[in-house]
Design a protein around this ligand. Structure first.
Ligand code: SF4
Length: 429
C-alpha cells in the first residue's frame, strides 16, 4: 500500500498549491473580515477547498487524473472514478492566489518555443506539465471555443498524454446538438478505454441533476441583479466562476449558491449597499481580470461601480433531461456544452452576442460596459468596436475597452487598469 502511494504521489503538485493557497485565503478572510464583507469569498473559498482536498486525496490514492478544458463540463467526467482537473481554471486561480502569479510558467512555455500571444489560461498549466508538476493520465478538450484551444492542446501529446477531442460544429441548431451529443458519447467511451473504466452514465446523471438544481438558483440571482443597488457584490462574479470550474456537479457548489442566494435576498430586502453607494452600474460582457481580483473590491469601495455580471454570470443553459433515454441525455448535454459561457459567444456569428448585450444593458439599467480585450482571444478581436457602436446607438451608453492579458500582469498592470477605469468613470458621473 505504501509502495502504491509512492507511485502515485506528486501527480498533481499545482493542485496541492491551489489547496494550500485557498486554505490560507479562507482562513484569513474568515478570521479578519467582519460579517457581511466579501461573503462570496468566504463561502466560495470553503467550497473550492473541500473539493480540491478530495481531489488531491484521490489522486494520491491512484485514481486517474483527467485534465479538461473549462468548456468541457466537469460533471460529465463523473461517469468515471477519476480526478477531473480544469486546465484553464487552475492556471487562473493560481494567477489570482499566488503572490507572484504564474508568469514563471508562461515563460517556461515561451522558452520552449510556444508563441507569446497565446492564451495564458492554457499556458500556465502547459508550463506546469512541461516541468512535470502535473502528470495527467488523459486530457479531454473540445475543438472550441478558440484557435488557442485547438492549437495549444496538442502540446500535451509531446508529454505523451493521450488527448481526446470531441468535435464542435459551428451552427447552433438541432443537427449540431445531435452531432456534438454523439461526439460526447464517443469521447467518453474513448476516455474510458484509455483509463480502463466503463463510463457509468447513471452516476453521471446524479451530478448533472445537481447542476439542474443550481440552474434555478442562478436564474434567481440573475434576476436580483436588476435591483438598485445591485445586491450581489462584484467579487461574486469571480468566485462563482471559480466554484463552477472547480466544483461543478458537486453538493459543495449547490451549497455555495444556496447560501449566497440568501445573502443577496437579504440585501435586496434591506436595499443595502455593498461597499460605497452604487453610482455606476457596469456590465463586463467578457472576462474579469484574474491576476488581481482585488480590483472587484476596489470598484465596489472606491468608485461605487457595480459589476452587474461578467461572461460567466449571464449565460445559463437549460437544465438537462435525465429522465429519458441516452440520446435525449446526450442531446441536452451537447446543447449545454455549446451554450456554455465563451463557447456560445465564440462559436457563433457575433450578431446574437451584440443583440444580447444591447438587451442586457436595457434590462439591467446599465450605465456602461467595460470590455477586457484579452490578448489570447483573437476570435473576439473585432467585436469590441462593433459592440461599442451598438451600445452607443441603441442604448446611449459608453463602453471602455481595455487591452490586456487577463492572466499576465506584465502586459497591462493593475495601476494602468485602475487609472483607465477611474478616468472613464469621471466621464459618466
Ligand atoms: S476563448 Fe479566449 S480566454 Fe477562452 S480559452 Fe480561448 S483564448 Fe483563452
Amino acid at each position: 500500500m505504501i509502495m502504491d502511494k509512492k507511485i502515485f504521489e506528486n501527480k498533481v503538485v499545482p493542485y496541492e498549491m491551489v489547496l494550500n493557497s485557498i486554505s490560507s485565503t479562507r482562513e484569513l478572510v474568515e478570521r479578519i473580515l467582519p460579517e457581511g464583507e466579501i461573503e462570496s469569498l468566504k463561502i466560495g473559498a470553503k467550497a473550492i477547498e473541500e473539493v480540491i482536498k478530495g481531489a488531491v486525496e484521490k489522486a494520491n490514492d491512484g485514481l486517474p487524473v483527467i485534465g479538461h478544458h473549462f468548456a468541457f463540463q466537469r460533471e460529465y467526467l463523473y461517469c468515471f472514478d477519476c480526478v477531473p482537473i480544469c486546465v484553464e481554471g487552475t492556471s487562473y486561480l493560481l494567477s489570482a492566489l499566488l503572490p507572484d502569479g504564474v508568469e514563471k510558467f508562461y515563460d517556461v512555455m515561451l522558452s520552449w518555443g510556444h508563441p507569446f500571444h497565446t492564451c495564458t489560461s492554457q499556458k500556465g498549466v502547459m508550463g506546469m506539465t512541461l516541468e512535470d508538476l502535473f502528470k495527467f493520465d488523459a486530457i479531454i478538450t473540445p475543438t472550441a471555443p478558440c484557435d488557442n484551444t485547438f492549437a495549444s492542446y496538442p502540446f500535451f501529446e509531446y508529454k505523451d498524454i493521450p488527448l481526446v477531442i470531441p468535435d464542435i460544429p459551428y451552427l447552433h441548431e438541432k443537427k449540431s446538438y445531435e452531432y456534438y451529443g454523439q461526439q460526447l458519447k464517443l469521447s467518453l467511451n474513448k476516455l474510458g478505454q484509455i483509463i480502463g473504466q466503463e463510463p457509468d452514465f447513471e452516476r453521471m446523471k446524479k451530478h448533472i441533476e445537481i447542476e439542474n438544481k443550481i440552474h434555478a438558483i442562478q436564474l434567481e440571482l440573475f434576476e436580483l441583479r436588476k435591483a438598485k443597488p445591485c445586491p450581489v457584490e462584484n467579487m461574486f462574479n469571480a468566485i462563482s466562476a471559480g466554484v463552477s470550474v472547480f466544483a461543478s456537479g458537486t453538493s459543495e457548489k449547490l451549497e455555495f449558491y444556496e447560501k449566497y442566494l440568501e445573502i443577496a435576498k437579504q440585501r435586496y430586502k434591506n436595499k443595502s449597499e455593498y461597499g460605497k453607494e452604487e453610482k455606476i452600474r457596469s456590465i463586463w460582457p467578457y472576462m474579469l481580470i484574474f491576476f488581481d481580483l482585488s480590483l472587484c473590491e476596489y470598484l465596489d469601495r472606491e468608485i461605487g461601480m457595480s459589476v452587474l455580471f461578467d461572461i460567466f454570470n449571464y449565460n445559463f443553459s437549460n437544465p438537462i433531461n435525465t429522465k429519458e433515454d441516452l440520446d435525449t441525455l446526450f442531446y441536452d448535454m451537447a446543447r449545454r456544452g455549446m451554450n456554455f459561457p465563451m463557447m456560445k459567444e465564440s462559436t457563433e456569428f457575433y450578431y446574437p452576442f451584440i443583440e444580447n448585450c444591447v438587451q442586457l444593458a436595457k434590462d439591467f439599467s446599465a450605465d456602461c460596459f467595460v470590455f477586457t480585450s484579452h490578448l489570447g482571444c483573437k476570435q473576439f478581436g473585432s467585436v469590441p468596436q462593433v459592440l461599442r457602436e451598438a451600445l452607443r446607438e441603441e442604448v446611449g451608453i459608453p463602453m471602455l475597452i481595455i487591452d490586456l492579458d487577463v492572466g499576465d500582469k506584465r502586459f497591462t498592470s493593475t495601476k494602468i487598469i485602475k487609472d483607465k477605469i477611474n478616468m472613464f468613470s469621471k466621464t459618466i458621473l
